[in-house]
Write a protein that binds this ligand. Structure first.
Ligand SMILES: *[C@@H]1O[C@H](CO)[C@@H](O)[C@H](O)[C@H]1NC(C)=O
Ligand SMILES: *[C@@H]1O[C@H](CO)[C@@H](O)[C@H](O)[C@H]1NC(C)=O
Length: 430
């Protein structure tokens, strides 16, 4: 009798235990292996953000790499195996090659555990965003550069074909392209049909030429230009301040449109100083070398507005570790939610810069120790401005993907609102 009771007791006890394990209320693993944490219950303490999942459309090569390789037309999209290198001798064309490096970063398969901001997904249902691999800047540079020659028709036709392709896609239709990414760094990229991609996420270098309805900071991403001078990799002098003998350096065209008027005026204001190098020149291969030499031997590098508020010169200065002096009232800078430019750059308004003596006086009095700190910050941050294949952690392409990730909540908000609005968006009319 007594034994029966004990047996029943044990039986019931076992039943409760196995039920608890089955229902998940009791975690025996943590009983017996307290140091083994169940991976599904708690995230690792510093798990990196999950990468952005990007779907890349399969476009024939004439929309992208064929402009580089000039091989015969192939309808099949480029693969990682036949991804061409960026041509070494293309000089200035490189400054607008952001589209090429972004596409390469999606093709590159990468290794496990490699920290990446974006990965390619092959099923659009799983995508956070959609990448359109059309080299719109290179298309302008290769086909339409003079704006009037017959080749410009090729540029226009490519734009028409891309839009025809996209507007048939259900993923385009469901958001009117709001979650679609278009690299458009050249100010004339996609110039014929730009107003058909108003809602998309555009990768631009500034907002100089376009109305707010087409391009703005709420949805678009500011990219650096791809620098054209070589990066200064062995910049290790004992006294970097003394090693750079020129106070202020500028080399470039001095007659530009729009905001660029300031350049002509600066020519006057900055003449007559022995430690200021202010030189008119046009960019050529030889001149790129001379600019690089000049920037590496100067403490400050002037970045006045040109035709547009930004230019490649700023990023050439950064990778030469020459403290940028930015004179542009309307510049927007890349990655500014992650990088504080005041730690390694100086800013002057037009008004200040055009006051005779004001800027030079300020630069001459700038404390050596503070300058050295800025130089150090430049060295520490310049990898964020490197475009390369394969991409590396924290480089320009990964920074761009991260920026796009930051825009997505705003994009989703806009998609959801657009689905229920019965009238044109009333915010735009305020
Ligand atoms: C795109 O934006 C521009 C400027 O805001 C506007 O003039 C144009 O009508 C827009 N295009 C479309 C298709 O909505
Ligand atoms: C440079 O970056 C490293 C880590 O990337 C950091 O430890 C160091 O403090 C930085 N130096 C400066 C001067 O900010």
């Amino acid at each position: 009798m007594y034994e029966k009771v004990v047996l029943t007791f044990i039986f019931v006890f076992l039943l409760i235990i196995s039920y608890s394990i089955f229902m998940g209320t009791l975690d025996i693993r943590s009983y017996f292996f307290p140091h083994l944490k169940s991976p599904t219950l708690e995230p690792a303490p510093c798990s990196p953000d999950p990468p952005l999942r990007v779907y890349m459309y399969d476009l024939p090569r004439r929309f992208n790499v064929e402009m580089i390789t000039h091989r015969t037309a192939s309808e099949s999209p480029v693969t990682v195996k036949d991804w061409p290198p960026w041509p070494d001798n293309w000089g200035l064309k490189k400054q607008h090659s952001v589209e090429y490096w972004m596409m390469g970063s999606l093709l590159h398969e990468g290794e496990d555990g490699e920290s990446r901001e974006a990965v390619r997904v092959f099923d659009p249902e799983f995508a956070d965003a959609f990448f359109v691999p059309f080299f719109s800047s290179l298309s302008f540079n290769s086909h339409g550069h003079t704006m009037t020659d017959p080749a410009t028709e090729i540029d226009r036709q490519l734009q028409v074909d891309v839009m025809e392709f996209l507007t048939k896609s259900k993923y385009w239709q469901r958001s009117r392209g709001r979650d679609h990414i278009f690299p458009m760094t050249h100010p004339n990229a996609f110039r014929f049909l730009r107003n058909q991609v108003n809602d998309t996420i555009q990768v631009v270098v500034d907002f100089g030429r376009y109305p707010k309805g087409m391009s703005n900071l709420n949805k678009d991403v500011v990219s650096p230009y791809v620098h054209v001078v070589d990066s200064f990799t062995d910049d290790e002098p004992e006294d970097p301040y003394e090693a750079r003998s020129t106070l202020l350096f500028f080399r470039g065209r001095t007659f530009r449109k729009d905001e660029g008027i300031v350049r002509a005026k600066l020519t006057k204001i900055l003449s007559g100083y022995s430690d200021v190098h202010y030189e008119r020149s046009v960019a050529t291969g030889e001149n790129i070398k001379a600019s690089s030499k000049g920037m590496r031997s100067s403490k400050f590098c002037l970045h006045p507005a040109g035709d547009t508020p930004s230019s490649c010169r700023l990023f050439d200065a950064i990778v030469s570790h020459c403290v940028p002096v930015i004179v542009s009232d309307q510049i927007e800078l890349p990655f500014e939610d992650q990088i504080d430019y005041s730690q390694f750059s100086l800013f002057f308004s037009f008004k200040e810069a055009l006051q005779p003596g004001y800027m030079i006086d300020h630069l001459r009095k700038f404390p050596k120790q503070k300058w050295t700190e800025m130089w150090r910050q430049l060295k520490n941050n310049s990898h964020h401005y490197e475009f390369q294949y394969p991409p590396k952690r924290g480089d320009a392409v990964n920074m761009l993907w991260r920026q796009i990730k930051h825009k997505l909540p705003e994009v989703t908000l806009s998609i959801h609102r657009s689905r229920r609005l019965k009238i044109p968006d009333w915010w735009h009319r305020r």
